[in-house]
Design a protein around this ligand. Structure first.
Ligand SMILES: *[C@@H]1O[C@H](CO)[C@@H](O)[C@H](O)[C@H]1NC(C)=O
Ligand SMILES: *[C@@H]1O[C@H](CO)[C@@H](O)[C@H](O)[C@H]1NC(C)=O
Ligand SMILES: *[C@@H]1O[C@H](CO)[C@@H](O)[C@H](O)[C@H]1NC(C)=O
Ligand SMILES: *[C@@H]1O[C@H](CO)[C@@H](O)[C@H](O)[C@H]1NC(C)=O
Length: 225
């Protein structure tokens, strides 16, 4: 009959030892046991406690490390998002004095210059001379122009070997896309007015229109399209 009692004693502290550090709840039984028995019991308890402590420390450190890495990750996410949002206002809103037309910001110069200087001026503004996609865009841009008699350089000139009008992005003007009034010959550059597109000697002095495209906003706002 002694053995089952001993097993019961060993099991009790094992169960409660994990939950609380007060195993001497059944003091009577322990006192009845031999001394070496009590010692073994204490040793066992200490071992279990040590094990439990190790498990707790390990799991806490695992949780902590997990949280730390996720915090680092989310701070990178926040950083990225902050970069996006700090970039966005620049792209969504045109700079002061620039006009928003569809996905472009347009700058209309005040002082006349030859075509090559207009080209250079736009690039100092981190933009390019105006490109016109089609008749629809042409009409929108012409609405911006207040006075009928004023002409503005755009990013289109006549190139010799090809004997064709070429946009400054490298593409040739599609036949019949836009009607150009005037000669198509060497040293000619294109001008836009409220009514028409003209050909003119590139060294003549005229105002000009620069454009910045809002491509990146479009990509960020609707990445699916
Ligand atoms: C955010 O921008 C800063 C400075 O412009 C740069 O140093 C940093 O690497 C950028 N962060 C990310 C996640 O792109
Ligand atoms: C534009 O052309 C003129 C005359 O050829 C020249 O003097 C001037 O430096 C050129 N401007 C630029 C920005 O290249
Ligand atoms: C260059 O600009 C013209 C006018 O907007 C456009 O029709 C053409 O597709 C553009 N080419 C490239 C390579 O972007
Ligand atoms: C026409 O534009 C191109 C750049 O697109 C330039 O290299 C060339 O010198 C220009 N021609 C004239 C006559 O300005």
């Amino acid at each position: 009959m002694d053995r089952p009692v001993i097993y019961a004693d060993l099991n009790l502290p094992r169960d409660s030892g994990l939950k609380s550090s007060s195993p001497p709840s059944p003091p009577q039984d322990i006192c009845q046991c031999p001394r070496w028995h009590q010692f073994a019991l204490k040793l066992g308890c200490a071992g279990i406690l040590l094990l439990a402590l190790t498990v707790i420390v390990l799991s806490v450190s695992v949780i902590f490390l997990g949280q730390k890495s996720s915090i680092e990750k989310s701070s990178v996410d926040i950083q990225e998002r902050r970069n996006e949002t700090t970039e966005r206002p620049n792209l969504l809103n045109c700079p002061t004095d620039w006009h928003l037309i569809q996905e472009k910001c347009l700058f209309i110069s005040q002082n006349p210059s030859p075509w090559n200087d207009s080209l250079a001026d736009c690039s100092t503004k981190e933009s390019i001379l105006l490109l016109i996609r089609d008749q629809e865009e042409l009409k929108l841009i012409q609405k911006l122009i207040e006075h009928e008699g004023i002409l503005y350089w755009i990013g289109l000139n006549f190139t010799l070997p090809e004997k064709n009008w070429r946009w400054i992005n490298g593409s040739f003007l599609k036949p019949d896309a836009l009607k150009i009034t005037g000669d198509a010959e060497e040293n000619n550059c294109a001008l836009i007015s409220k009514e028409k597109i003209f050909s003119e000697n590139c060294e003549a002095e005229n105002k000009w229109i620069c454009q910045k495209e809002l491509k990146s906003v479009r990509n960020k706002v609707c990445p699916d399209s």
